[in-house]
Design a protein around this ligand. Structure first.
Ligand SMILES: [Zn+2]
Length: 146
């Protein structure tokens, strides 16, 4: 079996009209979104959340410090889901990254669909205690995606 070196995407769609998704980290079980009393959702990241990408605005709602470091100098706005995938590969995320792509819809002025992407970095496992010493990925995958 060929090892996967690209970020792994899981794309799911909620039934129309359901409440927006409230994902929990697959690594530690923490809810990474918090909804305040006014109904607004805020990112409440755990150490494994690399980013939260909001497809509606084409921007990141949250980026982890490790993500910031990787993405330095890259354009991080005006993205779509295709560009997001490319960006993640370019900044060196491999198959240690699980990108959970959730599409959800509801009524606004008409039916609207949104897609949010939650990136969980399995490469952070074990680093929680010594987050100062950030892992630098080995460059063994270089050129593998061409
Ligand atoms: Zn976590």
């Amino acid at each position: 079996m060929k090892p996967a070196s690209k970020p792994q995407f899981a794309s799911v769609e909620q039934p129309f009209g359901c409440d927006p998704p409230r994902p929990h980290c697959p690594l530690c079980g923490k809810a990474v979104l918090r909804v305040d009393d006014d109904g607004f959702a805020h990112t409440d990241p755990c150490p494994h959340l690399a980013f939260l990408f909001v497809g509606e605005v084409g921007e990141f709602e949250y980026r982890s410090p490790a993500f910031e470091k990787r993405a330095k100098g890259r354009r991080l706005y005006d993205l779509d889901l295709v560009k997001l995938r490319k960006l993640l590969e370019r900044i060196g995320y491999g198959n240690q990254l699980l990108a959970l792509e959730i599409t959800h819809g509801g009524m606004a002025c008409g039916p609207v669909w949104y897609t949010d992407v939650y990136g969980f970095d399995y490469g952070t496992v074990g680093d929680e205690q010594n987050s100062e010493a950030e892992r630098v990925p080995a460059a063994t995958d270089k050129g593998a995606g061409r």
